[in-house]
Design a protein around this ligand. Structure first.
Ligand code: 0O2
Length: 228
């Protein structure tokens, strides 16, 4: 199942004041172009994941992918990230410094499915993995776990072939549950967690990881790692 989380790209998404300068107008036009190009890269990457998913479904009893979500980063989020990293907001700086304009989240059934998909992606000749961060083996301080890959995807446009980065986040259903609720708690309720709450979230993340490992063992018919 594929879930698109962003809508279509339109200039009106970028609200310009009536007296906007020519530079600002040019930047807005550039943003539309950026989004169009990254949307093409996203389509190529999503199609590839879809092909793998369909192949598994036809060949095996088990499919590693539960579902896929994808999105183009919002203009506000791109601008925030550039500023946070101390860069001027320019089109060139988006291409140079932002690697997650196009993002895919692949929700897997079991832990091993993540590493199996990773091995397929790294073997794919047309997708070059340019960055990998394993937040499963080394979770973030928040307790966040996922495997992040940045892959360069080729897109053919009128001017030739462009290679653009796409961020692929791979995580289990359980990790996704934790990340969604933590994100909801942290951002939607606009709260800063105190130390105790942050520690409780980390404990939840560890508990979720234990569940992932035990589900994996049950699936593979292995003995439990602990006794209940
Ligand atoms: P969006 O666009 O809304 O999805 P950054 O932290 O963004 O400056 P980097 O290296 O890009 O730098 O970030 P990182 O930490 O490798 O991955 C960023 C993305 O991972 C986030 O997207 C989240 O989707 C996810 N993520 C990272 N840390 C956490 C966390 O503690 N909790 C949750 N729930 N998700 C996390 P964005 O940037 O929020 O943006």
């Amino acid at each position: 199942m594929m879930i698109e989380k962003s809508g279509s790209i339109q200039l009106k998404e970028i609200s310009l004041p009536e007296d906007a300068s020519p530079e600002l107008r040019e930047l807005a036009q550039g943003m539309v172009r950026v989004k169009h190009l990254y949307r093409s890269a996203l389509k190529v990457a999503v199609t590839q994941m879809e092909i793998l998913d369909e192949e598994f479904a036809s060949l095996y009893d088990h499919t590693p992918i539960h579902h896929i979500e994808y999105r183009i980063k919002t203009v506000d989020s791109i601008v925030d990230k550039l500023k946070r990293r101390g860069h001027e907001v320019t089109i060139d700086n988006i291409f140079a410094h932002i690697q997650d304009v196009a993002g895919i989240r692949v929700i897997c059934n079991y832990l091993d499915d993540i590493y199996y998909l990773r091995s397929l992606l790294t073997r794919n000749e047309s997708f070059k993995v340019i960055r990998e961060v394993d937040y499963i083996k080394e979770p973030k301080d928040s307790g966040y776990r996922s495997l992040h890959l940045i892959v360069e995807v080729p897109i053919v446009i009128s001017e030739g072939t462009l290679h653009l980065p796409v961020e692929i986040q791979l995580r289990t259903i359980a990790m996704d549950m934790w990340a969604s609720l933590e994100h909801e708690l942290r951002y939607k309720s606009n709260r800063d967690f105190n130390e105790t709450e942050a520690a409780r979230l980390r404990l939840c993340s560890e508990a979720v990881y234990e569940v992932d490992r035990e589900m994996q063992n049950i699936y593979q018919g292995h003995a439990p790692e602990y006794h209940v």
